[in-house]
Design a protein around this ligand. Structure first.
Ligand SMILES: Cc1cc2nc3c(=O)[nH]c(=O)nc-3n(C[C@H](O)[C@H](O)[C@H](O)COP(=O)(O)OP(=O)(O)OC[C@H]3O[C@@H](n4cnc5c(N)ncnc54)[C@H](O)[C@@H]3O)c2cc1C
Length: 394
């Protein structure tokens, strides 16, 4: 593993709340710089829903710098070669050739990524405490974490990587409920007996779209189907749903989507919730990371990638700073504008994918089609600010 070189975090006692993608990446990044790290995870096991994740080059560079890329590929991560945008009948609108872009674009099963991160973190000395639900945190020079089941934990720094319904966000920003964005997403994994190659496909229809891409050595396909909805009434923000409901919602989509949905045997339905990007990212000894600070719609596939970038930058900023508070301030300073831009771009993509007015959709798809033919490089270059950014470059 690289980046063991900075001694400035030696002896720092860090508690990471949340053993998701952001929390485990941070735990590893801190431990590699000499910190003593413990992860507090509420679940009884480090586990993940059966779903896929796209890790764009800006996230892949961090996993590489943390020494995990080989393990990720060994775990079956597929290297994506293109993004194909289609209308809902299945006709190609345009295609972005990712091999011309530089950088690795991985499609990975969430459980595989979590497994790789957990193994890396444990090997670097991180302790993971399971069944440890954090009820509250008192900020200060030695912040104190109170566990829901009783007991306290103390550290020099507590980081809330506890997701969109973060408790620690409330400690720093007051109570604000996340808002329902008017979108729900079904997620399912199906066998790839359709022989689909390493391409990410987006089928765009009125008020709905379907994203699909292969996982685990191309043996599986991840399907995310998004629909606009007025409300979300379930108490939980994710629930099991009947595949028949998913098929009914996309019944007017063409054969490529029908073929995939016909293979869905189990699926989950998620209400997509968001907060504004948090104003306060840190206090004296408490900080936020990932969805806890800036949940985003999944329409740029950047939520987990931003958490991964945050993790690197937070460890780096702390290691470079003279004292903790300066490191935390530098972290927010280095991250805020970028995550705000990502969140805004993802929100904009919702209406671009979901155009309902047929003439507008026709024109927009033709503009895309033409741009893809005449200026394919320009189509790719418009995302250089996102995918070409390397937080590990210093
Ligand atoms: C449909 C869909 C598709 C997506 N696709 C992509 C994609 O392709 N690429 C991408 O980059 N992102 C994608 N995302 C976004 C991504 O899933 C999230 O942004 C990412 O998981 C956030 O990581 P996190 O570590 O911040 O939070 P989480 O993954 O939510 O992890 C939070 C962890 O904290 C734990 N926790 C919570 N509260 C407590 C507590 N009080 N005490 C202890 N532990 C606690 C939880 O159990 C959990 O393990 C998608 C999201 C959705 C909904």
């Amino acid at each position: 593993m690289s980046e063991r070189n900075d001694a400035r975090l030696d002896g720092l006692r860090a508690l990471v709340v949340g053993g998701g993608i952001g929390g485990l990446t941070l735990a590893l990044a801190l431990a590699l710089r000499g910190a003593r790290v413990r992860v507090l995870e509420q679940a009884g096991a480090i586990a993940e829903v059966g779903a896929g994740l796209q890790i764009s080059p800006n996230g892949a560079v961090v996993l590489r710098a943390l020494g995990l890329e080989e393990a990720l590929v060994a775990a079956g991560a597929v290297r994506g070669r293109a993004v194909q945008l289609c209308d809902h009948h299945g006709r190609e609108v345009t295609r972005l050739d990712l091999t011309r872009q530089g950088g690795a674009y991985y499609q990975v099963h969430r459980a595989d990524l979590i497994g790789v991160l957990e193994a890396g973190a444990r090997a670097a000395g991180v302790e993971i405490e399971l069944g440890a639900e954090v009820a509250d945190v008192a900020d200060g020079s030695e912040p104190v974490v109170t566990l829901a089941g009783g007991g306290e934990r103390r550290a020099d720094l507590v980081i809330g990587a506890d997701g969109v319904h973060s408790r620690l966000r409330a400690v720093l920003n007051g109570t604000e409920a996340p808002f329902f964005t008017g979108h729900v997403a079904w997620r399912a994994v199906i066998p790839n007996d359709l022989g689909l190659g390493p391409v990410s496909r987006v089928h765009m229809g009125p008020g709905r779209h379907v994203v699909s891409y292969p996982l685990r050595g191309e043996s599986l396909i991840n399907v995310v189907a998004v629909e606009e909805r007025r409300g979300w009434v379930a108490e939980s923000w994710s629930q099991r749903d009947e595949p028949a409901n998913l098929r009914a919602a996309f019944a007017d989509f063409g054969a490529p989507v029908q073929e995939m949905l016909a293979r869905v045997e189990t699926c989950h339905l998620w209400g997509l919730f968001r907060h504004e990007v948090a104003r306060n990212w840190h206090g004296e000894g408490v900080a936020l990371l990932g969805d806890a600070a800036h949940p985003t719609l999944p329409f740029m596939a950047q939520g987990a990638v931003m958490a991964i970038e945050d993790a690197w930058v937070l460890a780096d900023a702390l290691a470079r700073a003279d004292h903790l508070r300066a490191g935390l301030a530098a972290y927010r300073q280095r991250r805020f504008a970028r995550v705000q831009r990502v969140v805004n771009t993802a929100t904009d993509n919702a209406w671009k994918y979901h155009m309902k007015f047929p003439p507008l959709r026709f024109v927009a798809h033709n503009v895309l089609r033409l741009s893809g033919k005449v200026r394919p490089d320009m189509m790719l270059r418009q995302f250089d600010w996102l995918y070409g950014h390397d937080v590990t470059a210093g």
